[in-house]
Design a protein around this ligand. Sequence first.
Ligand SMILES: NC(=O)C1=CN([C@@H]2O[C@H](COP(=O)(O)OP(=O)(O)OC[C@H]3O[C@@H](n4cnc5c(N)ncnc54)[C@H](OP(=O)(O)O)[C@@H]3O)[C@@H](O)[C@H]2O)C=CC1
Ligand SMILES: CC(C)CCC[C@@H](C)[C@H]1CC[C@H]2[C@@H]3C(=O)C=C4C[C@@H](O)CC[C@]4(C)[C@H]3CC[C@]12C
Length: 281
Amino acid sequence: VYFYSGGDEFKPELLKGKRTIVTGASTGIGEQMAYHLAQMGSHVLITARTEEKLKKVVAKCLELGAPSAHYIAGSMDDMVFAESVVKKAENLFGGLDMLILNHIGDSYYNFFNGDIKSVRKLMEINFLSYVTMTVAALPMLKDTNGSIVVVSSIAGKIGVPFVVPYSATKFALDGFFSSLRQEFILKDVNVSITLCIISFINTEKALKAVGDVLSYPAAPKEECALEIIKGGVLRQWEMYYKYEHTRIPLLFRDWAPQLLSSFMRSGLNVENLKGSNHSLY
Ligand SMILES: NC(=O)C1=CN([C@@H]2O[C@H](COP(=O)(O)OP(=O)(O)OC[C@H]3O[C@@H](n4cnc5c(N)ncnc54)[C@H](OP(=O)(O)O)[C@@H]3O)[C@@H](O)[C@H]2O)C=CC1
Ligand SMILES: CC(C)CCC[C@@H](C)[C@H]1CC[C@H]2[C@@H]3C(=O)C=C4C[C@@H](O)CC[C@]4(C)[C@H]3CC[C@]12C
């Protein structure tokens, strides 16, 4: 099994001339994915809310060698907007090879505050918009035997404290896309789905959010972005980054969940949590 499954090798040429969408690409891992794709010669359409940042990312993509780079600004809590991103790709490129779903709405790193409205909103941004874009892009992806890449988290596989609503949206993605993958196989739909399980990454937002609470190393966003793209191109069902911070905890999850839980809690400095968000308890 090891030898026969390890045969595929990633080559940057595989992305030359491919037409891609990257969501949440104004900052963080999404921005880095856009740069990698540009360097490898892909056409990119990026999206997020902040137009000024998107403009700068597009300019850098063109500098790096993207044959074309465009942006569309808007918020993913609006499903009409989510759909319009896919339509824009159709108008610009006349087709699509890879849909990279990466954006997330703002979420706090603290005890669950009991605010249901914000849970619903996060579900719309982090989950429903992914579903909406997938449905809209499916006809084009079927034509090209393309790929869907869904960026999730180790917090979408294991219950981690202080990210209650966020974790729920990421678990939902696993349920939806892993089930959909099975149906694609049954229906001979040759569109790959790669679920990305990633651990703590050094993006500005993440470092700011966890502050002094986590004594845990953050991995580099540039490398993470490249590994996500590789996973998508190689049509892997799941990709893990960093390997040791995702695969090993996942091994413990099913066999020693309480040991894993206590290990996770032991690395936290709860007294350093920001503000007083403890109203529910
Ligand atoms: N960083 C980490 O430690 C980890 C990250 N991940 C996952 O990696 C992915 C990228 O994370 P990361 O790079 O850290 O995130 P960032 O916070 O750096 O970037 C989030 C992106 O989403 C955009 N965005 C935010 N709100 C909305 C909205 N309402 N509508 C549309 N776009 C929006 C932001 O741009 P704008 O504000 O302009 O809209 C930005 O481009 C996410 O799926 C995350 O869950 C997983 C595990 C760990
Ligand atoms: C399994 C254990 C051994 C390791 C636990 C690692 C924990 C502490 C890591 C793994 C996933 C990480 C979170 C994440 O996925 C995304 C974000 C969004 C960002 O905007 C703010 C930071 C946040 C909440 C990360 C916080 C730290 C988390 C919980």
